[in-house]
Design a protein around this ligand. Structure first.
Ligand SMILES: CSc1ccc(CNCCO)cc1
Length: 421
């Protein structure tokens, strides 16, 4: 005798056009009143949830045999386990704009939200450091000039990380220091709850002068974080366990808005293949080697050049020998003590600069290296390629990175990938 329940269940089990429609999941089967509770299971990324016990159940019904109780319970058991499994499948991703803050791409900022209700700030995503710090309600007003600030007291989800402080000094001499909160933090729809947000109590003048930059999101390795007594994790390290893929990508553009993606690699943003090379994550930068370089149409000079890919540094800094070889091709170029680097007549024709990643080649257009006039009325221009001799490290900054689509891969071991775009 087929009970009402069975008939009702059968009507639910008849295979629908499965296409995108997810099979209904029977949440509970109540023998008493034949009552069933239905719940649509949202399987991440459209996984088909095949439940073998449900197939067996269907067979009983098909031949008019009342399904034994254990089969009905098995349907629910398997649904339950599938839902738990799908819940564990990573499925977070995020995507946000990288907007140049001035007409020469001195830095790029990305909208982020902090707290409840969300406070929107424009932060510089910086793979060359690992502190997430913001202008805040605690920053002295004479050091704030137009920046948006984070006010932890206006957020119902902010928590003071009591007794913790931070202080950072960057390669260009700028710096900031302050105290630490945790709060909800999102970039491009990707949320990290209780992200360490370092609120500035003091910022250096160069930050005060950058009115469009409200702080930084360090995307270097967490080992570089300056919070003490216990260092904090970066946004990427916090988000990684939930990301579809443990990657973030940078698509910086010349005099235009690009993007940062988290958790996926957008094949529409590059052409050909991504060439990966290994990353040394100690002491905490995205440290890797170039396989060599060429100037203009000159022959490629194979040589391992170790340095850091740093989205938070504007220019490209390479060994003096390479830089002098480049500017030797530029009419009127000189290494000026007065201007603090290689300058040339703005009317000079510049060659391209090509760098290698393993066997791949990436060419930086001359326009990227004709970086900026010394002053609006000057006929002297400052180069986007400069010597790294004073820095003690080669820095593949935005002038190089914006010539490629770059994948920062948090796999073990970490690696970095470059593709033409
Ligand atoms: C004053 S604008 C500014 C932006 C970013 C930084 C940090 N980047 C250097 C190492 O990644 C410093 C200053």
């Amino acid at each position: 005798m087929v009970s009402l329940t069975d008939l009702f269940l059968a009507s639910l089990l008849v295979p629908t056009s499965l296409g995108s429609a997810l099979p209904p999941r029977i949440d509970t089967i109540d023998q008493r009143g034949g009552r069933v509770t239905l719940k649509q299971v949202r399987n991440p990324r459209g996984h088909k949830a095949f439940n073998p016990a449900r197939a067996t159940y269907r067979t009983f019904l098909k031949y008019g045999v009342p399904a034994p109780d254990y089969i009905k319970k098995a349907v629910a058991h398997i649904d339950e386990e599938q839902e738990e499994a799908f819940a564990r499948i990573k499925r977070d991703t995020g995507s946000a704009a990288a907007i140049p803050i001035n007409e020469v791409d001195i830095a790029y900022v990305t909208p982020v939200t902090i707290g409840t209700p969300p406070q929107t700030l424009m932060l510089d995503l910086d793979t060359g450091s690992s502190d997430l710090w913001v202008f805040s309600s605690l920053t002295p007003s004479n050091q704030v000039r137009g920046q948006e600030i984070y006010s932890p007291t206006k957020s119902s989800t902010s928590k003071l990380l009591s007794g913790h402080t931070w202080s950072i000094r960057y390669g260009d001499g700028s710096g900031s220091r302050g105290t630490v909160y945790t709060d909800n933090f999102t970039i491009g729809g990707l949320e990290v709850k209780s992200q360490a947000v370092q609120a500035a109590l003091e910022v250096s003048s160069s930050f005060t002068q950058e009115q469009s930059l409200d702080g930084l999101v360090g995307l270097g390795f967490s080992a570089l974080n300056t919070v003490r007594p216990s260092s904090q994790l970066t946004f990427f390290d916090n988000a990684r366990p939930n990301l579809d893929e443990e990657v973030f990508t940078a698509d910086l553009k010349y005099h235009a808005t690009g993007s940062y993606d988290f958790g996926f690699i957008d094949s529409k943003k590059y052409a050909g293949n991504i060439t990966y090379t290994t990353v040394q994550q100690s002491p905490g930068y995205w440290t890797h080697s170039l396989s060599g370089y060429s100037v203009g149409s000159g022959a490629f000079q194979a040589s391992q050049i170790s340095g850091i890919s740093d989205t938070g540094t504007t220019l490209l800094y390479l060994p003096t020998a390479i830089v002098t070889a480049y500017y030797r091709q530029v009419q009127g170029a000189q290494n000026s003590q007065y201007y603090g680097g290689y300058v040339f007549p703005c009317s000079s024709t510049l060659p391209t600069f090509t760098f290698g990643i393993e066997g791949a080649r990436f060419t930086i257009p001359a326009s990227y290296i004709n970086y900026t006039r010394i002053s609006p009325t000057s006929t002297t221009c400052y180069g986007g390629l400069q010597s790294s001799s004073g820095l003690g490290i080669n820095i593949f900054g935005d002038v190089a990175l914006k010539a490629a689509f770059v994948v920062f891969s948090g796999t073990n071991p970490p690696r970095i990938g470059f593709a033409i775009k």
